[in-house]
Design a binder for this molecule. Structure first.
Ligand SMILES: [Zn+2]
Length: 160
């Protein structure tokens, strides 16, 4: 038996202005995207913004449905749009934010498990990490890649 320790680096910022200009821009774009979320059932408005290596910025937001399981998260709306329209361009970073009826969530917005899996797939596809910038009122959290949030993700290599 071997016991192994996983190491994950998490960078925390107290305020938006501590971040680089490009990261600030991504968070602001994500906040803008959250304004257009279609979330009449949860009233939980999520926004995502990603930047591609070619400089294109893409926004997404959650799209709910009366048949709840047919909706989709902001992160995957943005990522799938990016992969559909720019299939050869790596994603460099993605910012995620969320607001409820009280405004911006206090703790950093966290992608759900399915979104983590989808973002890891994009990392594997392009052999390139996607930095995640997770927005919250109390702090902003940054991780170097999606795999940090989903160690032992299901990867295409297992399909043979
Ligand atoms: Zn999700």
């Amino acid at each position: 038996m071997r016991k192994k320790e996983l190491q994950i680096f998490v960078y925390e910022y107290d305020t938006l202005v501590e971040l680089s200009e490009s990261d600030q821009k991504l968070i602001i774009a994500a906040r803008e995207a959250s304004e257009n979320a279609y979330a009449p059932y949860s009233n939980f408005h999520v926004g995502a913004a990603l930047i591609l290596e070619n400089g294109v910025l893409i926004k997404g937001n959650n799209q709910e449905n009366a048949d709840f399981t047919d909706g989709l998260c902001a992160e995957r709306v943005a990522l799938f749009y990016a992969n559909a329209n720019y299939p050869n361009s790596k994603v460099e970073a993605m910012a995620v934010t969320a607001k409820n009826s009280n405004g911006l969530v206090k703790e950093p917005a966290q992608p759900c498990g399915s979104c983590r899996q989808a973002i890891v797939e994009a990392e594997v596809r392009f052999n390139h990490p996607i930095r995640l910038i997770l927005d919250g009122a109390n702090k902003i959290m940054v991780v170097d890649n999606a795999e940090s949030l989903l160690p032992f993700a299901f990867k295409p290599v297992v399909l043979g």
